[in-house]
Write a protein that binds this ligand. Structure first.
Ligand code: ADP
Ligand code: MG
Length: 730
């Protein structure tokens, strides 16, 4: 078959690809293995390793609990055990796996191979290689926090997260999850502050439970489950769209005639080729001990979601990094490219990551679970009020935590939680909290019986307004859902900011509770008074209406809620020491660590946007203008021919003029954009503002004009894969 263009060829290939089959694991009788047989077969956790004696496990558990240093001999035992295990599974190399401030993961591989005496080859991983690594920190973003002479950085084994095997096409690597710190102990990664925030919450959470009378609680952990959204496009289309390759999103594109108006994709059957991909993805994730649970289509065509079962925040954060990497890797095996960008296509839904968040005790109590007894309910309401107060107080930093150039297209756009941080409670819990705020007695009100004594909360009907998707922070029955997080984000950062916010209000609450209980107040009464206090101060942040509406923006302004529209507006909050004091007070970040992150984030914002602008400018010159000129020439030829034939050229002239006008406008705008890129201010903050407020709107106008040219051009002459190609052909 011959094709007039590579785009046409790609369409042919995309439609005719076969599903990829892979071998599902079988047992010795040839029967398919159960998921429980292979779940976690690629992870090694010291607690489950039979080769490690109980006494050493205890020491390691202790180290996990209080951060104590483990002895070298004992680390040696773990190193031996994991090496044997990994080599048996086919591993040849090991690496320290960490999360630098780029938001992705990094690894530096070493072979297990070493020499014993007389160049006798052996396989080994020493205790020190397990515990500590020394990657060259100067090649990772550090926000100017270190001068090059002290560019040494250390990776330190994170005992709390299991080691795992990463499969390459032809081998296996043992990955050791680590924290990444500088020579002076400054956190250079996302994990370290997360661990600190988890400890802070553990401390205050345990104290809270003790005050509530739950004296047997030894530990309170943060639970988290992320729902990951992504798009899949055929590999060929992807590589024919330089904007996708360079920036992860299409910088322009005419909407296809059917986008998501029918809402049929969400409920539709999963396309076969996609299903084959999901099956392989789930298998590989389960092998890695990542409990992938739900898979389905999302709202937009070509958009999908994966949700995993919740677990402790640190593991959940590591898991999500792996989930993103695996989605990308396995998509390629199926000749797809996965797009994790928050807004790969204009005009249809973007991708987010709902962070389901709660806290749980080692005795199995979910702090956000309404209970069956009075004291459980007062505790639940108090804790819920604490979280709401935390969101209200630290809403600006929570906005910072979800900012990025990609997410700017989502937040505030008409399909995603707005950049105004508010809390959705649902009407049932909302009415109860309102009664508490107003100091009302627990008497029946409306159709809700606010009689905590009669176990009403436990039997509350599940609120169907829980399905409100327009809120950035929603209570959903037994957890909160932080929905403003972007699909490409490393969740460790927003988790840290949220944990810190709650830990700070929880600490204050504990002090208040302690005073009240000392003063002879009953625990229930004290909890109630605390809830009343927080509800009075944070009532403003609760919003149960439509977060997408224009009215809400006005209403929020009246309420005095911040509306930090873009990343350029949000990031400078990090340099406001008042806004970040709670984080430094709790020891979650040092002041310098926050500055480091600010520098990295603002630089990233500017750089990524500048890449988008230069890519757009190139595409205009290399694709859009030549295609339009060629088309204009064709029309002109017809017009001239018709003139000779003495035939009117009304239609031709109309199309010609339209295309010509659009082309002139976009050419002019592109020239302006190019000049603006060249003259951007040096200062990063000013640069970011200029980008967000002037260059972005201009680039979007260019995109609109290009879209107009595209719809007026003959389909086969448009040189780039269209939205229709990328979203519907597979
Ligand atoms: P929904 O339908 O409200 O989104 P699901 O039951 O589908 O609720 O759960 C969505 C996500 O929330 C899953 O990842 C799930 O594991 C997680 N989740 C459930 N309970 C908790 C909890 N207590 N803490 C953190 N995450 C939770
Ligand atoms: Mg959900």
């Amino acid at each position: 078959m011959s094709f007039v263009s590579s785009r046409q060829q790609s369409r042919h290939i995309a439609i005719n690809r076969e599903e990829r089959y892979f071998e599902r694991p079988t047992d010795s009788n040839g029967n398919y293995q159960r998921v429980t047989d292979y779940y976690g077969e690629y992870i090694f956790h010291f607690a489950d390793a039979q080769e490690i004696p109980a006494s050493i496990k205890e020491e390691l558990e202790q180290a996990v609990a209080d951060g104590a240093v483990i002895s070298r001999e004992h680390a040696e035992v773990v190193a031996k055990a994991v090496t044997e295990w990994a080599i048996k599974k086919g591993a040849t190399h090991f690496c320290h796996w960490f999360q630098p401030l780029t938001g992705s993961t990094a690894e530096k591989h070493d072979a297990f191979l070493d020499f014993a005496d007389k160049e006798q080859p052996i396989e080994t991983l020493s205790a020190s290689q397990l515990i500590q690594g020394e990657p060259d920190a100067s090649s990772f973003p550090n926000g100017g926090s270190r001068s090059t002479f002290e560019a040494r950085g250390y990776t330190a084994w994170d005992l709390t997260s299991p080691m795992f095997l990463k499969e390459g096409a032809n081998g296996m690597t043992l990955c050791i999850p680590t924290a990444f710190v500088s020579y002076h102990g400054e956190a250079l990664d996302i994990k370290t502050p997360l661990l600190r925030s988890v400890s802070a919450l553990n401390k205050e959470g345990t104290r809270f439970m003790h005050l509530c009378g739950e004296k047997d609680v030894k530990k309170v952990s943060v639970t988290c489950g992320a729902e990951q959204e992504y798009f899949l496009v055929d590999k060929n289309f992807y590589f024919e769209r330089p904007d996708l390759v360079m920036s992860g999103r299409t910088l322009f594109g005419a909407p296809s005639s059917r986008n998501q108006q029918l809402d049929d994709h969400y409920f539709g059957a999963i396309p076969e080729r996609v299903m084959a991909f999901m099956e392989e993805l789930d298998l590989e994730l389960h092998r890695l001990g990542i409990p992938a649970k739900t898979r389905h289509n999302e709202v937009a065509p070509g958009q999908f979601e994966l949700a995993q079962i919740f677990r402790d925040a640190n593991t959940a954060a590591d898991n999500n990094q792996m989930v993103m990497a695996m989605i990308e890797d396995i998509a390629r095996r199926h000749n797809f490219v996965a797009l994790l960008h928050e807004k790969p296509f204009a005009g249809i839904n973007g991708s987010g990551k709902h962070l389901n968040w709660s806290m749980a005790t080692d005795t199995g109590i979910n702090l956000l679970g309404p209970g069956k007894e009075v004291h459980q309910n007062s505790r639940f309401l108090a804790f819920t009020s604490i979280v709401i107060e935390a969101v209200k107080r630290h809403s600006k930093m929570l906005r910072v935590a979800v900012s990025s150039q990609g997410n700017d297209h989502r937040l505030g756009a008409n399909e995603a939680p707005p950049s105004i941080i508010s809390v959705f409670t649902g009407s049932t819990i909302g009415s109860i909290l309102e009664a508490i705020k107003d100091g009302k007695e627990f008497t029946p009100e409306g159709d809700i019986t606010l009689d905590l004594g009669a176990n009403q909360l436990a039997s509350l009907p599940k609120d169907n307004t829980d399905r409100n998707r327009t809120s950035p922070f929603a209570f959903t029955g037994n957890k909160f859902e932080f929905r403003a997080v972007g699909s490409s984000h490393a969740i460790g950062f927003p988790l840290t900011i949220l944990n810190g916010a709650v830990a700070s209000v929880l600490k204050e609450s504990n002090d208040i509770l302690e005073e009240m209980i000392k003063g002879g107040e009953s625990v229930d009464k004290a909890l109630l008074k605390l809830s009343e206090k927080w509800m009075k101060s944070s009532w403003n942040v609760i919003f149960n209406g439509d977060g997408y509406s224009e009215e809400w923006v006005k209403e929020a302004e009246k309420r005095g809620l911040p509306n930090l529209k873009t990343t350029a507006d949000a990031l400078p909050i990090m340099m406001d020491t008042q806004e970040t004091a709670y984080l430094t007070d709790l020891g979650i970040y040092r002041r310098g660590e926050i500055e480091t992150r600010y520098n990295v984030l603002i630089e990233r914002y500017c750089t990524l946007r500048e890449i988008e602008f230069t890519t757009l400018i190139d595409l205009v010159h290399q694709y859009v203008v030549p295609a339009a000129i060629k088309f204009k020439k064709e029309i002109a030829d017809v017009v001239l021919a018709q003139k000779e034939l003495k035939v009117e050229s009304t239609v031709e002239m109309d199309v010609y003029k339209k295309v010509n006008l659009m082309l002139e406008s976009l050419y002019e705008d592109t020239r302006n954009l190019a000049n603006m890129v060249k003259t951007l201010p040096e200062n990063e903050e000013e640069r970011a503002k200029e980008i967000a407020n002037s260059l972005m709107p201009l680039s979007e106008q260019i995109a609109k004009f290009i879209g107009e040219v595209e719809v007026h051009m003959p389909n086969e002459q448009w040189p780039l894969p269209s939205y229709f190609d990328m979203l519907f052909l597979r």
